[in-house]
Ligand binder design. Structure first.
Ligand code: SER
Length: 434
């Protein structure tokens, strides 16, 4: 299958010549992966709903930061779900750059954190619960998409001292059954986690509950036996969070059970795309699997390469390398460091142009306060990394077109706001004044 821009996106270290070769492998495109998720849940009687705006209704949220935000009044029993059966699925635009969920400073330094990302999700409003949510997650990942089950790990909630609620035996038993059926040992593949990892809260208050995450072992041999789960290691990443909304968190720190029990899941679209594309459909785990090595980011990199005259070489920072290496000042290592900085800048700018484009398309503009100030910080961060690529005057707005071109079919608001007057204001002098 030819990907947009006739590029090969699979290997993390490749030469310019490699980029220009036709792709060697067949995988779903990101657009097909998104569609496949939605089709799967449509088959399970879910209504497909549009993403809500990045500008949330909830006053205490800076940006929409999870697929469930738009459904909070339903979870709390303040609104009745209009869908029959009461289940929906969508892809939701999210920004996590401020407040409880804030990934801004990690962006660019690794393969999988973003300020803006799409969250694929399915919801049940007092309808199905843990069994269906877990079985369908398995069905989509293992049976339809062919994730190797031996690389999957599920986590379930087990409260530590003083933490709310109780061990999620029900979720544990459903996962254990599925792994056992696949000839895998549940004692290895089902792991417990406390409140920090397995009790999901949107903010300090509001709907919440125990959750089960699905993690994927991306190491070449896939034999880490769960040791990398929740260790902030890019070789084992969470791709899907299944939250069982059962409580509302009160301002005094207590939790009140809700009248009905709900399901709220969120899958990292860019992460799943990276795994499917970056392993050539799960056959090659030898390279670095990165969200940036996908057809989501490659068109932006192509444009940045054209504008800057520099190349993206997929290098990641190696923590402590400079201290450990006696030959730190050799020309070879200096070149490597320079390329590393260039690659960080590519990732930061490609991420941040998506956040800015989507936010502005939803009417949120950089300013001096609140969410506008967060956008301003993102913009300044992009601009400062732009210097690494040799940009000393306005360049950022030139990337809006490629973002609108690549995802404008799914999010038409991007095309509608492609040339707003506010983009013209993001000139270097103005940014420097901020
Ligand atoms: N609300 C959960 C999350 O954001 C699942 O969608 O992770």
């Amino acid at each position: 299958m030819t990907l947009p821009g006739h590029i090969s996106i699979w290997k993390s270290s490749r030469s310019q010549e490699t980029w220009l070769q036709p792709p060697k492998f067949d995988t779903m495109t990101s657009a097909q992966i998104r569609q496949s998720f939605l089709d799967f849940f449509r088959e399970k009687q879910h209504t497909i709903v549009p993403s809500s705006s990045l500008l949330p209704d909830a006053p205490n949220l800076l940006f929409t930061n999870a697929g469930m935000n738009q459904f909070v009044p339903i979870f709390l029993g303040q609104q009745k779900p209009p869908w029959k059966p009461a289940r929906v699925a969508d892809t939701q635009k999210c920004i996590r750059a401020g407040g409880k969920h804030n990934d801004l400073e990690d962006v660019g330094l690794d393969t999988y954190h973003h300020t803006f990302f799409e969250m694929l999700g399915n919801w049940s409003f007092g309808d199905y619960f843990k069994r269906e949510a877990i079985e369908w997650a398995w069905e989509l990942l293992v049976e339809r998409w062919k994730f190797p089950p031996q690389r999957l790990y599920a986590t379930v909630y087990k409260p530590g001292p003083g933490e709310p609620s109780e061990f999620d035996r029900e979720a544990h038993d459903h996962w254990a059954h599925l792994f056992r059926e696949a000839d895998l040992d549940p004692a290895v593949h089902v792991l417990n986690g406390g409140k920090a990892d397995n009790f999901w809260m949107m903010g300090d208050t509001g709907p919440c509950g125990p959750c089960s995450e699905v993690h994927v072992d991306l190491t070449p041999d896939g034999d880490t036996r769960g040791e990398l789960v929740n260790k902030e290691d890019p070789r084992c990443i969470e791709i899907w969070n299944l939250v069982f909304i059962q409580f509302t968190a009160n301002p005094d720190g207590s939790f009140t059970p809700l009248p009905q029990r709900h399901v709220d899941t969120g899958m990292g679209f860019e992460r799943v795309t990276a795994i499917i594309q970056g392993t050539n459909n799960f056959v090659d785990f030898s390279g670095t699997i990165s969200n940036y090595e996908t057809d989501i980011f490659r068109p932006i990199f192509n444009e940045l390469e054209k504008l800057s005259g520099k190349r993206y070489a997929s290098m990641l920072p190696t923590v402590g390398r400079l201290c450990e290496t006696p030959a730190a000042d050799t020309p070879a290592l200096q070149n490597q460091n320079t390329q590393e900085q260039v690659d960080i800048a590519f990732r930061v700018i490609a991420d941040h142009i998506r956040a800015l484009s989507f936010a502005i398309a939803d009417g949120i503009v950089p300013s001096n306060e609140g969410r506008g100030y967060v956008l301003r910080r993102i913009l300044r961060r992009a601009f400062s990394y732009g210097r690494t690529l040799g940009f000393h005057e306005a360049f950022f707005f030139k990337l809006v077109d490629v973002v609108a071109r690549t995802v404008g079919d799914i999010f038409p608001e991007l095309r509608a706001k492609q040339k707003p007057s506010c983009w013209r204001n993001f000139r270097v002098k103005r940014i420097l004044r901020w």
